[in-house]
Write a protein that binds this ligand. Structure first.
Ligand code: GLC
Length: 533
């Protein structure tokens, strides 16, 4: 397609580098491993990789605590491995999106090491330091998302510093122009290297209320949720930064940015999308939704409404922080529901994001004992919340003892189902989920209506069918998804009954279903995509 724009018309695939492929057999995935698997990704049909952080990090939060933004961690192969990976990806027309973790650094970062030395250190004001309130109390009521107060006392200099996440992740002071300048310079460093875009970790938390006012109370489960976070996130100053950031990006061809909207809904996300702001921001409602036609219908509709056909949505069913969709939505090892979801994700108006292993229906590994938990968030909240290890297990390439991920025992266990649920076996099985993903990605990319067409809902019945069209002036694609186990009839309005339809894909049939009395019968768990024009 001549006006093809990779981040709008393509498919983005998130890789959690620790868990994708371990080329040097130390039990931790690495960049050479990813490079080895680029042919697989090209064959799958993706256009871009979003890499979770690979910068130098002590891994308190597995890469989301950065020690040096300009260095690649040696455990991932250092800068030489990154350069090779980037070049090899570009050779295959695969774009690369880096994760930028800029709300906080690691406490091991040189800036913080300096900052805590003394109150008059050059870097003191690069972080958020505050005196105790009368009698040694916390400066205000702000909490850490990962448990406890957000304030940590520093004995040496007798002040608190703020951390939205772990105490080993001190928040940067974004009101200091030197911080902003340094960060923009660092971003330029990656742009000059040829990186194609960035995912901004918890971007809407960068700026905090200038007066450090308390957050008001609201109902919630954790202490953190019991606050309305109006003062420790979403401050108006963020837009000034985004403008500068976007100007920098736009001075290079076809660069992209997507923000991880922290604690916000679709309204919050949409606020940050625009020509002077981000290209896209995540809305988490698919992750939080239920396996019901009405739940997905509502999420899509609110995203469409708030972006008002002008903005470009994005959709994802998985990421590295939440239980996998296969675990959320299926109890068995059956993949039919996952084919329905794949069809949904890849036929909507908006950029689809996949998460490694989703294409073979990977399930979360069970997390049974606290002593096995590696994610510190899981250890903190055990047993109410068991952390994020479940969705981060090694990619299942084959049936070998370590699933073809490594020859060494991996950092997290491989799922027991890897013996039969793996890439190799699914490549050979015609009706596998992997082959279904491949096929539907290809269909999306070769069908203008599915790539660029308007989204128009036809109908939804809460537990049953979700049906919509995607339309350009030349083509109409009709998508009908049966969320129930039973056969269900979809009644079509007269405009759809006339004309010639062709079958694009179905997980239940090889030829067009009959349309009788304006009705199409869908089999249980059927996903059907047909095309006119
Ligand atoms: C984001 C990341 C998560 C990380 C947190 C703190 O939510 O997705 O993995 O723990 O930010 O950086």
């Amino acid at each position: 397609m001549s006006d093809y724009l990779w981040w709008r018309d393509g498919v983005i695939y998130q890789i959690y580098p620790r868990s994708f492929m371990d080329a040097d057999n130390d039990g931790i995935g690495d960049l050479s491993g990813i490079t080895q698997k680029l042919d697989y990704l090209q064959d799958l049909g993706i256009d871009a990789i979003w890499l979770s952080p690979v910068y130098l990090s002590p891994d308190v939060d597995f890469g989301y605590d950065v020690v040096n933004y300009r260095e690649i961690d040696p455990k991932y192969g250092g800068m030489p491995a990154f350069d090779k990976f980037l070049q090899a990806a570009h050779q295959r027309n695969i774009h690369v999106i880096m994760d930028l973790v800029l709300n906080h650094t690691s406490d091991q970062h040189e800036w913080f090491q300096q900052s805590k030395l003394s109150k008059d250190n050059f870097y003191r004001d690069w972080y958020i330091w505050k005196k105790a309130r009368n009698g040694g109390k916390f400066p205000n009521n702000w909490k850490s998302r990962f448990g406890g107060s957000g304030w940590e006392w520093d004995h040496a200099t007798e002040e608190f510093y703020f951390h939205m996440f772990f105490k080993q992740q001190p928040d940067l002071n974004w009101r200091n122009p030197k911080v902003v300048d340094e960060i923009l310079d660092m971003i330029k460093f990656w742009l000059d290297k040829g990186v194609d875009g960035f995912r901004l970790d918890v971007f809407n938390a960068y700026y905090k209320n200038i007066n450090f006012a308390d957050n008001p109370f609201k109902l919630g489960i954790t202490k953190f949720d019991q606050q309305n976070h109006i003062n420790d996130s979403d401050q108006p100053e963020m837009f000034d930064f985004l403008q500068k950031f976007r100007q920098l990006l736009d001075s290079y061809p076809e660069r992209y940015s997507v923000g991880e909207t922290f604690m916000g809904d679709h309204h919050t996300a949409a606020k940050y999308v625009g020509d002077q702001a981000l290209h896209a921001a995540f809305d988490f409602s698919f992750i939080n939704g239920r396996y019901k036609a009405s739940s997905f219908y509502k999420s899509i509709q609110q995203w469409e409404d708030v972006l008002d056909q002008k903005g470009w949505p994005n959709y994802f069913l998985n990421n590295h922080d939440d239980p996998r969709s296969a675990t959320r939505y299926t109890r068995s090892e059956d993949d039919e529901r996952l084919k329905v979801l794949a069809t949904l994700l890849l036929t909507l108006r908006g950029t689809p994001f996949l998460y490694y292993g989703e294409e073979i229906g990977m399930r979360d590994i069970p997390v049974l004992r606290k002593s096995d938990v590696l994610d510190p968030v899981g250890r903190h909240f055990w047993p109410f919340y068991k952390g994020r290890d479940g969705c981060r297990s090694p990619m299942q390439w084959n049936a070998d003892p370590y699933a073809g991920f490594s020859e060494h025992e991996p950092w997290l266990p491989v799922h027991a189902n890897h013996e039969w649920r793996n890439v190799e076996s699914q490549q050979h099985e015609q009706n596998s989920l992997l082959n279904y993903y491949k096929k539907i990605i290809k269909i999306r990319k070769t069908t203008p209506a599915l790539q660029k067409g308007m989204y128009l809902p036809i109908t939804y019945e809460p537990h049953k069918i979700l049906a919509y069209t995607r339309q350009t002036s030349q083509q109409t694609a009709l998508i009908a998804l049966n969320f129930s186990k039973k056969n269900v009839g979809l009644i079509l309005s007269s405009q759809f009954v006339t004309g010639d339809w062709t079958l694009l894909i179905s997980n239940k049939r090889d030829s067009l279903p009959p349309i009788r009395d304006r009705k199409i019968m869908l089999a249980g768990n059927e996903a059907l995509v047909i095309l006119q024009g």
